[in-house]
Write a protein that binds this ligand. Structure first.
Ligand SMILES: [Mg+2]
Length: 124
């Protein structure tokens, strides 16, 4: 996996996700960060070689639901997998995201194991 896009309005959470990716020994050459869906779409436009997206659900400007919807107007699930990062109790929002084309989800707080099993189908 060369390029991964992490979208979360918490920079702390983005750092945690990056650390857990390393701990899970998921080979990532390049991580791009964005603070909401609008920034995420801009990052994707600037980096069309992004191969996987990890996205928070609750974010200002554009939340994870609208972000997934926007991505699926241009990329299929096979072309660009999107994994939602959710808090416990965010089930209804995650279900909506899955209906709109998210490939999977991982619940916070997550472990290297839970990240690995969520991403395994998509990372080489
Ligand atoms: Mg958030």
């Amino acid at each position: 996996m060369n390029k991964v896009l992490i979208v979360d309005d918490s920079s702390t959470m983005r750092k945690i996700i990056m650390r857990v990716l390393r701990q899970a020994e998921i080979a990532v050459d390049n991580v791009i960060e964005a603070g909401n869906g609008v920034e995420g779409l801009a990052a994707l436009g600037a980096n069309p070689d992004i191969g996987l997206i990890l996205s928070d659900v609750n974010m200002p400007e554009m939340n994870g639901i609208d972000f997934v919807k926007a991505i699926r107007s241009s990329h299929t699930k096979e072309q660009l997998p999107v994994i939602m990062v959710t808090t416990e109790g965010g089930g209804a929002m995650v279900n909506t995201a899955m209906e709109l084309g998210a490939n999977g989800y991982v619940c916070k707080p997550f472990t290297p194991d839970s990240i690995r099993s969520a991403l395994e189908p998509y990372v080489g």
